[in-house]
Design a protein around this ligand. Structure first.
Ligand code: SF4
Ligand code: SF4
Length: 474
């Protein structure tokens, strides 16, 4: 994958899209439109949550990520398995079996994201205690949530926890330790994250809070899973001693795990993008001033619910809970040489006003007025037939010059109806001359009759009479 400031992992395979409009309603940022029978993603609105991948039955929405060949690009590779990887396997009672299988797969070493999560938990506890003026502090582990706040909830940006997510801390420490251990240069070492979701693929290319991520490549859990299964059978016979995380770190894989590591009672943990939006709206209304911490995960069940996993999120949650029974509370603590750069954000997160209509306040107000006037013309059914998720979204598209009023099927219907009436009166008022077939008035009238016939058929389709309606009571 190339470095790209505006990289998005989620994309559309146009050949597979049939324009069914299922995805436009599910997108939490209204980033999708259906135009000319195909979905289109407006890049600046997309937060890579993966909801459209989840909902598309035609598999037209997909995610970019690397293939395992990437290991060949480096002299030394370190796998960063997400805690949610452990939740994919049946009856797993020793994480070392998964980690050993990763070595058998070709990785030179492993560094658990769960181990870094324990370091982040410690740092977060301290930060929350020392910054009570910022309460409730919002978790920044889910990149889609941070992106959502950046475009839709600018008033909440000051509540974001300015600590790198565990995957970034893991990547930075893994690189440092690999360089110390091997003497190789940074370019020869590949830090490869094994991800449950597209959001973290995007993070690796276009991180938030830091200028550049230390992650060199991202593999999807669903690609690695079938490769690991046979290797785990061998690994089980002689597992290496590689695991460095306890319950606190592994718990981050499912919803509520991060908050449990903060060790506070005054927290809230929400999962699923719609619940996340509801919590953020309530937070804007200052409903949670009694809380110190809010954990938010875009996927149902937390990271175990990511669209790049294979297991049902609720089954995965249960498996993680069972695995946690075999683990100590915490294993990895902040190392004494942990630098500020390894742990904390080095860049501020800024509001991205992507939804702003005009380039100035005056222009935006004028455009908003036009949106309101258009909304009054539309039926307010939010039917999606126009390819926009709501009537208001269509009105905004029109004001931005990206759609037309007649994209609304109801407005089009009225247009056809009135045009049919006009042509009808024109036909009736045109003088008849059926004697001379070459008379232009005769030809014109015949032409009008043909147009009228076509339009009447269309009109009848769009404006069915009461008799044509299905009477449910009969
Ligand atoms: S859900 Fe969206 S991407 Fe999938 S086929 Fe329908 S319109 Fe296309
Ligand atoms: S990934 Fe999420 S935000 Fe992006 S287009 Fe799909 S549903 Fe919308």
């Amino acid at each position: 994958m190339e470095d790209n400031k505006f990289f998005h992992s989620v994309y559309l395979n146009k050949d597979l899209c049939n324009g069914c409009i299922n995805c436009i309603k599910r997108c939490p940022t209204q980033a999708i439109r259906v135009r000319k029978g195909r979905a289109v993603i407006t890049s600046q609105y997309c937060i890579d949550c993966g909801e459209c991948i989840r909902i598309c039955n035609h598999h037209a929405k997909r995610s970019h990520y690397d293939c395992p060949d990437i290991l060949g690009n480096y002299k030394y590779t370190v796998a960063l398995p997400a805690p949610s990887l452990y939740s994919q396997f049946n009856n797993l009672d020793d994480i070392n079996i998964v980690l050993t299988a990763l070595i058998h797969m070709g990785f030179s070493d492993v560094y658990e994201v769960a181990a870094a999560a324990e370091i982040v938990s410690e740092a977060s506890r301290k930060y929350i205690e020392e910054h009570q003026d910022q309460w409730p502090i919002i978790s920044t582990a889910c990149p889609s949530v941070v992106r959502l706040i950046r475009v839709r909830f600018p008033n909440l940006i000051d509540h974001l926890l300015p600590i790198n997510p565990p995957v970034e801390v893991a990547a930075r420490l893994a690189r440092k330790y690999a360089m110390q251990k091997t003497g190789l240069s940074s370019e020869d070492i590949g830090i490869i994250f094994i991800s449950p979701c597209p959001s973290k693929v995007t993070y690796a290319k276009s991180p938030i809070g830091v200028a550049k991520s230390d992650i060199d490549g991202v593999l999807a859990i669903k690609d690695i899973y079938p490769m690991l299964l046979p290797l785990m059978r061998t690994a089980k016979a002689a597992p290496m001693d590689l695991a460095r995380a306890g319950r606190i770190g592994v718990g981050w894989g499912s919803n509520g795990g991060e908050a449990a590591g903060i060790i506070t009672d005054s927290y809230l943990a929400a999962d699923g993008i719609e619940n996340v939006i509801r919590v953020l709206e309530d937070m804007e209304d200052e409903k949670f001033t009694n809380l110190s911490f809010i954990e938010l995960n875009a996927c149902d069940g937390g990271c175990v619910g990511g669209v790049l996993t294979v297991e049902n999120p609720y089954v995965a949650q249960a498996k993680l809970k069972k695995l946690n029974r075999y683990l100590p509370v915490s294993v990895t603590h902040s190392p004494p040489d942990l630098s500020d750069e390894e742990l904390n954000w080095s860049e501020e997160v800024e509001y991205l006003p992507v939804y702003r209509l005009g380039s100035s306040m005056k222009e935006s107000l004028m455009m908003m007025n036009r949106v309101e006037r258009l909304c009054q013309k539309f039926p307010g059914l939010d039917c999606g037939s126009c390819g926009a998720p709501t009537c208001k979204a269509l009105a905004e598209d029109i004001v931005r010059g990206k759609a037309n009023e007649t994209d609304c099927i109801h407005i089009l219907k009225d247009h056809i109806h009135s045009l049919t009436s006009s042509v009808n009166s024109l036909v009736n008022s045109a003088p008849a001359n059926e004697v001379n077939g070459n008379d232009y008035r005769y030809i014109f009238k015949q032409y009008l009759r043909k147009v009228l016939s076509d339009m009447s058929m269309l009109d009848a389709t769009l404006n069915p009479s009461k008799d044509d309606d299905i009477d449910e009571e009969e």
